[in-house]
Ligand binder design. Structure first.
Ligand code: NCD
Ligand code: ZN
Length: 355
Protein backbone atom coordinates (compact mmCIF):
# COMPACT_ATOMS: atom_id res chain seq x y z
CA UNK A 1 0.00 0.00 0.00
CA UNK A 2 1.46 3.34 -1.07
CA UNK A 3 2.06 5.84 1.73
CA UNK A 4 2.41 8.86 -0.54
CA UNK A 5 0.06 10.42 -3.04
CA UNK A 6 0.77 13.47 -5.16
CA UNK A 7 -2.41 14.72 -6.75
CA UNK A 8 -4.14 17.77 -8.19
CA UNK A 9 -4.80 20.25 -5.38
CA UNK A 10 -8.35 19.64 -4.09
CA UNK A 11 -11.35 21.96 -3.79
CA UNK A 12 -13.99 21.98 -1.07
CA UNK A 13 -17.47 22.15 -2.60
CA UNK A 14 -19.31 22.96 0.65
CA UNK A 15 -17.70 25.15 3.30
CA UNK A 16 -18.86 27.35 6.18
CA UNK A 17 -16.30 30.07 6.81
CA UNK A 18 -18.47 32.26 9.07
CA UNK A 19 -17.50 35.93 9.42
CA UNK A 20 -15.49 38.39 11.48
CA UNK A 21 -13.11 36.93 14.05
CA UNK A 22 -14.27 33.36 13.40
CA UNK A 23 -13.59 33.73 9.66
CA UNK A 24 -10.08 35.01 10.37
CA UNK A 25 -9.41 32.10 12.72
CA UNK A 26 -10.78 29.23 10.60
CA UNK A 27 -9.79 30.31 7.07
CA UNK A 28 -6.14 29.16 7.37
CA UNK A 29 -7.36 25.58 8.01
CA UNK A 30 -9.08 25.58 4.59
CA UNK A 31 -6.39 27.55 2.76
CA UNK A 32 -3.72 25.09 3.91
CA UNK A 33 -4.96 22.31 1.61
CA UNK A 34 -7.76 23.55 -0.64
CA UNK A 35 -7.32 25.81 -3.67
CA UNK A 36 -10.99 26.81 -3.91
CA UNK A 37 -14.14 26.39 -1.88
CA UNK A 38 -17.85 26.92 -2.41
CA UNK A 39 -18.80 29.26 0.43
CA UNK A 40 -22.10 28.69 2.20
CA UNK A 41 -24.25 31.81 2.65
CA UNK A 42 -25.89 31.03 6.02
CA UNK A 43 -24.49 34.02 7.87
CA UNK A 44 -26.60 36.10 10.22
CA UNK A 45 -28.20 37.77 8.29
CA UNK A 46 -27.89 35.39 5.32
CA UNK A 47 -26.16 36.36 2.07
CA UNK A 48 -29.28 36.92 -0.03
CA UNK A 49 -28.13 39.68 -2.41
CA UNK A 50 -25.31 40.16 -4.89
CA UNK A 51 -24.12 43.16 -2.87
CA UNK A 52 -23.88 41.03 0.28
CA UNK A 53 -22.05 38.26 -1.61
CA UNK A 54 -19.57 40.76 -3.05
CA UNK A 55 -18.87 42.23 0.38
CA UNK A 56 -18.54 38.78 1.96
CA UNK A 57 -16.15 37.65 -0.80
CA UNK A 58 -14.01 40.73 -0.13
CA UNK A 59 -13.92 40.01 3.60
CA UNK A 60 -12.82 36.43 2.88
CA UNK A 61 -10.10 37.60 0.47
CA UNK A 62 -8.89 40.11 3.08
CA UNK A 63 -8.75 37.38 5.76
CA UNK A 64 -6.49 35.08 3.72
CA UNK A 65 -3.12 34.28 5.24
CA UNK A 66 -0.22 36.19 3.61
CA UNK A 67 0.61 34.74 0.20
CA UNK A 68 -2.49 32.51 0.05
CA UNK A 69 -4.20 32.12 -3.34
CA UNK A 70 -7.28 30.46 -1.80
CA UNK A 71 -10.29 31.33 -3.96
CA UNK A 72 -13.77 31.61 -2.46
CA UNK A 73 -16.59 30.70 -4.87
CA UNK A 74 -19.68 32.45 -3.63
CA UNK A 75 -23.30 31.34 -3.32
CA UNK A 76 -26.55 33.21 -2.79
CA UNK A 77 -29.02 32.12 -0.13
CA UNK A 78 -32.35 31.41 -1.80
CA UNK A 79 -35.43 32.94 -0.22
CA UNK A 80 -39.02 33.09 -1.41
CA UNK A 81 -38.29 36.69 -2.50
CA UNK A 82 -35.12 36.02 -4.51
CA UNK A 83 -35.44 37.67 -7.94
CA UNK A 84 -34.47 35.69 -11.06
CA UNK A 85 -32.81 38.80 -12.55
CA UNK A 86 -30.57 39.29 -9.51
CA UNK A 87 -29.37 35.70 -9.61
CA UNK A 88 -28.72 35.87 -13.36
CA UNK A 89 -26.79 39.14 -13.01
CA UNK A 90 -24.68 37.74 -10.16
CA UNK A 91 -23.76 34.75 -12.30
CA UNK A 92 -23.05 36.94 -15.35
CA UNK A 93 -20.57 39.07 -13.40
CA UNK A 94 -18.79 35.92 -12.23
CA UNK A 95 -19.73 36.55 -8.61
CA UNK A 96 -21.57 33.33 -7.78
CA UNK A 97 -21.05 29.69 -8.68
CA UNK A 98 -24.34 28.40 -7.25
CA UNK A 99 -27.50 29.22 -5.31
CA UNK A 100 -28.18 27.51 -1.97
CA UNK A 101 -31.56 26.17 -0.97
CA UNK A 102 -32.27 25.65 2.72
CA UNK A 103 -35.74 24.43 3.64
CA UNK A 104 -36.77 26.91 6.35
CA UNK A 105 -35.68 25.63 9.75
CA UNK A 106 -33.64 22.68 8.47
CA UNK A 107 -30.34 23.67 10.06
CA UNK A 108 -28.15 26.45 11.50
CA UNK A 109 -29.29 29.91 10.32
CA UNK A 110 -31.93 28.60 7.94
CA UNK A 111 -34.92 30.57 9.25
CA UNK A 112 -35.02 32.68 6.05
CA UNK A 113 -35.11 29.58 3.86
CA UNK A 114 -37.91 28.27 1.69
CA UNK A 115 -41.33 27.15 3.00
CA UNK A 116 -43.41 27.24 -0.16
CA UNK A 117 -41.51 25.62 -3.02
CA UNK A 118 -43.98 27.01 -5.58
CA UNK A 119 -42.65 30.49 -4.87
CA UNK A 120 -39.15 29.66 -6.08
CA UNK A 121 -40.30 28.22 -9.41
CA UNK A 122 -39.45 31.36 -11.47
CA UNK A 123 -35.92 31.61 -10.11
CA UNK A 124 -35.33 27.88 -10.60
CA UNK A 125 -36.52 28.12 -14.19
CA UNK A 126 -34.13 30.97 -14.84
CA UNK A 127 -31.28 29.00 -13.26
CA UNK A 128 -32.06 26.04 -15.52
CA UNK A 129 -31.84 28.37 -18.54
CA UNK A 130 -28.49 29.84 -17.55
CA UNK A 131 -26.97 26.61 -16.21
CA UNK A 132 -26.51 27.86 -12.65
CA UNK A 133 -26.50 24.96 -10.15
CA UNK A 134 -28.79 24.76 -7.14
CA UNK A 135 -27.17 23.34 -4.01
CA UNK A 136 -29.76 21.73 -1.78
CA UNK A 137 -29.82 21.00 1.92
CA UNK A 138 -31.87 17.84 1.46
CA UNK A 139 -33.90 17.41 4.62
CA UNK A 140 -37.59 17.96 5.28
CA UNK A 141 -38.40 20.00 8.34
CA UNK A 142 -41.78 18.42 9.13
CA UNK A 143 -41.66 17.76 12.90
CA UNK A 144 -43.64 14.55 12.29
CA UNK A 145 -40.74 13.07 10.33
CA UNK A 146 -38.07 11.28 12.32
CA UNK A 147 -34.73 13.08 12.07
CA UNK A 148 -33.03 9.95 10.68
CA UNK A 149 -35.60 9.80 7.84
CA UNK A 150 -35.56 13.43 6.83
CA UNK A 151 -33.21 13.06 3.89
CA UNK A 152 -34.98 10.07 2.34
CA UNK A 153 -38.37 11.78 2.75
CA UNK A 154 -37.00 15.01 1.23
CA UNK A 155 -35.94 13.14 -1.91
CA UNK A 156 -39.41 11.69 -2.33
CA UNK A 157 -41.49 14.71 -1.35
CA UNK A 158 -39.39 17.66 -2.52
CA UNK A 159 -36.36 16.84 -4.64
CA UNK A 160 -37.91 14.47 -7.11
CA UNK A 161 -41.00 16.66 -7.78
CA UNK A 162 -38.76 19.73 -8.06
CA UNK A 163 -36.52 18.04 -10.62
CA UNK A 164 -39.50 16.86 -12.64
CA UNK A 165 -41.01 20.36 -12.58
CA UNK A 166 -37.77 22.02 -13.69
CA UNK A 167 -36.03 19.74 -16.16
CA UNK A 168 -32.56 20.99 -16.98
CA UNK A 169 -31.94 22.45 -13.53
CA UNK A 170 -28.49 21.34 -12.39
CA UNK A 171 -28.60 20.23 -8.77
CA UNK A 172 -26.29 19.17 -5.98
CA UNK A 173 -27.71 17.10 -3.16
CA UNK A 174 -25.44 18.47 -0.46
CA UNK A 175 -23.79 16.33 2.22
CA UNK A 176 -25.65 13.17 1.25
CA UNK A 177 -25.94 10.78 4.21
CA UNK A 178 -28.15 7.90 3.11
CA UNK A 179 -28.18 4.89 0.83
CA UNK A 180 -31.40 6.30 -0.63
CA UNK A 181 -29.65 9.56 -1.49
CA UNK A 182 -26.73 7.78 -3.14
CA UNK A 183 -29.08 5.54 -5.09
CA UNK A 184 -31.20 8.48 -6.23
CA UNK A 185 -28.11 10.22 -7.62
CA UNK A 186 -26.89 7.04 -9.29
CA UNK A 187 -30.29 6.59 -10.96
CA UNK A 188 -30.30 10.17 -12.28
CA UNK A 189 -28.42 11.79 -15.15
CA UNK A 190 -25.33 14.01 -15.09
CA UNK A 191 -27.36 17.05 -14.01
CA UNK A 192 -27.65 15.75 -10.45
CA UNK A 193 -24.56 15.38 -8.25
CA UNK A 194 -23.96 14.97 -4.53
CA UNK A 195 -21.30 16.17 -2.15
CA UNK A 196 -20.04 13.86 0.58
CA UNK A 197 -18.26 15.01 3.75
CA UNK A 198 -15.20 13.37 5.29
CA UNK A 199 -16.98 12.92 8.61
CA UNK A 200 -19.95 11.09 7.08
CA UNK A 201 -17.49 8.61 5.57
CA UNK A 202 -16.25 7.88 9.09
CA UNK A 203 -19.24 8.11 11.40
CA UNK A 204 -22.39 6.16 11.96
CA UNK A 205 -24.95 7.04 14.60
CA UNK A 206 -23.36 4.74 17.16
CA UNK A 207 -20.22 6.87 17.07
CA UNK A 208 -22.43 9.82 17.92
CA UNK A 209 -24.61 8.24 20.58
CA UNK A 210 -23.41 4.87 21.94
CA UNK A 211 -21.53 4.99 25.22
CA UNK A 212 -22.09 8.73 25.64
CA UNK A 213 -23.23 11.63 23.49
CA UNK A 214 -20.40 13.19 21.47
CA UNK A 215 -21.31 16.75 20.58
CA UNK A 216 -18.37 17.18 18.17
CA UNK A 217 -19.79 14.37 16.02
CA UNK A 218 -23.20 16.07 15.83
CA UNK A 219 -23.96 17.70 12.51
CA UNK A 220 -26.84 18.00 10.09
CA UNK A 221 -27.79 15.90 8.33
CA UNK A 222 -27.14 13.66 11.32
CA UNK A 223 -24.95 10.55 10.83
CA UNK A 224 -27.09 7.49 10.00
CA UNK A 225 -26.79 3.70 10.37
CA UNK A 226 -23.65 1.84 9.31
CA UNK A 227 -25.23 0.59 6.08
CA UNK A 228 -25.68 4.20 5.00
CA UNK A 229 -22.07 5.06 5.81
CA UNK A 230 -21.01 2.10 3.68
CA UNK A 231 -23.11 3.35 0.76
CA UNK A 232 -21.45 6.78 1.01
CA UNK A 233 -18.02 5.18 1.11
CA UNK A 234 -18.78 3.08 -1.97
CA UNK A 235 -19.95 6.21 -3.81
CA UNK A 236 -16.86 8.21 -2.85
CA UNK A 237 -14.52 5.38 -3.84
CA UNK A 238 -16.36 4.58 -7.07
CA UNK A 239 -14.84 7.36 -9.16
CA UNK A 240 -18.39 8.18 -10.37
CA UNK A 241 -18.09 11.84 -11.43
CA UNK A 242 -21.38 12.74 -9.73
CA UNK A 243 -19.90 12.31 -6.24
CA UNK A 244 -17.37 14.78 -4.88
CA UNK A 245 -16.02 16.26 -1.68
CA UNK A 246 -17.79 19.02 0.20
CA UNK A 247 -16.42 19.04 3.72
CA UNK A 248 -19.35 20.95 5.27
CA UNK A 249 -16.75 22.11 7.77
CA UNK A 250 -18.97 24.10 10.15
CA UNK A 251 -17.13 25.59 13.13
CA UNK A 252 -18.95 26.50 16.33
CA UNK A 253 -17.30 27.58 19.59
CA UNK A 254 -17.09 24.72 22.09
CA UNK A 255 -19.51 26.49 24.41
CA UNK A 256 -22.17 26.34 21.69
CA UNK A 257 -21.59 22.63 21.01
CA UNK A 258 -21.00 21.32 24.53
CA UNK A 259 -24.34 22.55 25.73
CA UNK A 260 -27.75 21.23 26.74
CA UNK A 261 -28.91 22.18 23.23
CA UNK A 262 -25.75 21.96 21.18
CA UNK A 263 -25.26 23.35 17.66
CA UNK A 264 -24.87 21.09 14.63
CA UNK A 265 -21.59 21.15 12.72
CA UNK A 266 -18.20 19.42 12.60
CA UNK A 267 -15.09 21.54 12.11
CA UNK A 268 -13.18 19.40 9.62
CA UNK A 269 -11.49 21.83 7.20
CA UNK A 270 -7.96 21.32 8.49
CA UNK A 271 -7.92 17.55 8.67
CA UNK A 272 -10.40 16.51 5.97
CA UNK A 273 -7.65 15.71 3.45
CA UNK A 274 -5.45 13.75 5.89
CA UNK A 275 -8.53 11.83 7.07
CA UNK A 276 -9.60 11.12 3.49
CA UNK A 277 -6.11 9.85 2.70
CA UNK A 278 -6.45 7.43 5.60
CA UNK A 279 -9.96 6.34 4.56
CA UNK A 280 -9.05 5.79 0.90
CA UNK A 281 -5.77 4.11 1.80
CA UNK A 282 -7.52 1.65 4.13
CA UNK A 283 -9.76 0.75 1.20
CA UNK A 284 -6.69 0.32 -1.06
CA UNK A 285 -8.04 3.12 -3.22
CA UNK A 286 -5.73 6.04 -2.48
CA UNK A 287 -5.42 6.86 -6.17
CA UNK A 288 -9.21 7.46 -6.33
CA UNK A 289 -8.93 10.39 -3.91
CA UNK A 290 -7.95 12.72 -6.73
CA UNK A 291 -11.20 12.19 -8.66
CA UNK A 292 -13.30 12.56 -5.52
CA UNK A 293 -11.62 15.64 -4.08
CA UNK A 294 -9.98 17.45 -7.00
CA UNK A 295 -11.53 16.52 -10.36
CA UNK A 296 -15.22 15.61 -10.17
CA UNK A 297 -16.42 18.79 -8.46
CA UNK A 298 -14.49 21.13 -10.74
CA UNK A 299 -15.90 19.30 -13.76
CA UNK A 300 -19.47 19.61 -12.45
CA UNK A 301 -19.01 23.35 -11.93
CA UNK A 302 -17.39 23.74 -15.37
CA UNK A 303 -14.00 24.77 -13.98
CA UNK A 304 -10.54 23.52 -14.93
CA UNK A 305 -8.81 21.42 -12.29
CA UNK A 306 -6.17 23.24 -10.25
CA UNK A 307 -2.64 23.19 -11.67
CA UNK A 308 -1.13 23.18 -8.19
CA UNK A 309 -0.70 19.82 -6.48
CA UNK A 310 -1.09 18.33 -3.04
CA UNK A 311 1.24 15.72 -1.64
CA UNK A 312 -0.08 13.47 1.09
CA UNK A 313 2.37 11.38 3.10
CA UNK A 314 1.70 9.06 5.98
CA UNK A 315 3.44 10.48 9.02
CA UNK A 316 2.58 8.91 12.35
CA UNK A 317 1.88 11.37 15.09
CA UNK A 318 1.55 14.47 12.94
CA UNK A 319 -1.77 16.09 13.81
CA UNK A 320 -3.16 19.60 14.02
CA UNK A 321 -3.71 20.80 17.59
CA UNK A 322 -7.06 19.45 18.86
CA UNK A 323 -8.45 22.95 19.37
CA UNK A 324 -8.26 26.22 17.49
CA UNK A 325 -8.37 29.34 19.65
CA UNK A 326 -10.63 32.08 18.33
CA UNK A 327 -11.90 35.38 19.70
CA UNK A 328 -15.26 33.59 20.17
CA UNK A 329 -13.63 30.87 22.24
CA UNK A 330 -11.94 27.55 21.40
CA UNK A 331 -13.26 25.46 18.49
CA UNK A 332 -12.62 21.71 18.54
CA UNK A 333 -11.20 20.17 15.39
CA UNK A 334 -12.89 16.98 14.24
CA UNK A 335 -11.03 13.94 15.58
CA UNK A 336 -12.22 10.39 14.91
CA UNK A 337 -9.37 9.02 17.01
CA UNK A 338 -7.11 7.53 14.35
CA UNK A 339 -3.74 6.14 15.31
CA UNK A 340 -2.16 7.05 11.98
CA UNK A 341 -2.03 10.50 10.46
CA UNK A 342 -1.11 12.04 7.13
CA UNK A 343 0.67 15.26 6.38
CA UNK A 344 -0.37 17.27 3.36
CA UNK A 345 1.78 19.81 1.53
CA UNK A 346 0.80 22.00 -1.40
CA UNK A 347 3.26 21.99 -4.30
CA UNK A 348 2.85 25.17 -6.30
CA UNK A 349 3.38 23.87 -9.85
CA UNK A 350 2.58 20.76 -11.84
CA UNK A 351 6.26 19.79 -12.13
CA UNK A 352 5.97 16.86 -9.74
CA UNK A 353 5.24 13.55 -11.46
CA UNK A 354 1.91 11.97 -10.58
CA UNK A 355 2.31 9.36 -7.86
C1 NCD B 1 -24.05 23.85 9.31
C2 NCD B 1 -23.72 25.14 10.08
O1 NCD B 1 -23.37 25.06 11.25
O2 NCD B 1 -23.76 26.21 9.46
N1 NCD B 1 -24.20 22.79 10.26
C3 NCD B 1 -24.09 21.48 9.99
O3 NCD B 1 -24.35 20.66 10.88
N2 NCD B 1 -23.72 21.03 8.81
C4 NCD B 1 -25.27 24.05 8.50
C5 NCD B 1 -25.53 22.98 7.50
O4 NCD B 1 -24.83 22.85 6.48
O5 NCD B 1 -26.46 22.19 7.70
ZN1 ZN C 1 -23.29 23.00 5.48
Amino acid sequence: MSATLTMTQPDDWHLHLRDGAMLAAVLPDSARHFARALIMPNLMPPVTTAAAARAYRDRILAARPAGSMFTPLMTLYLTEDTQPAEVAAAQAEGLIAAVKLYPAGATTNSASGVRDFQRIRPVLERMAEIGLPLCVHGEVTDPEIDIFDREAVFIERVLDPLRRATPGLRLVLEHVTTREGVQYVRDSGAGLAATITAHHLLLNRNHLLAGGIRPHFYCLPVAKRERHRKALLAAALSGDARFFLGTDSAPHPNAAKQSACGCAGCFTAGNAMPLLAEIFSREHALSRLEAFSALNGAAFYGLAPNTSRLRLTRVDGENLPPRLDTAEGPVTRFDPGFASAWSATVLPSAKEPRA
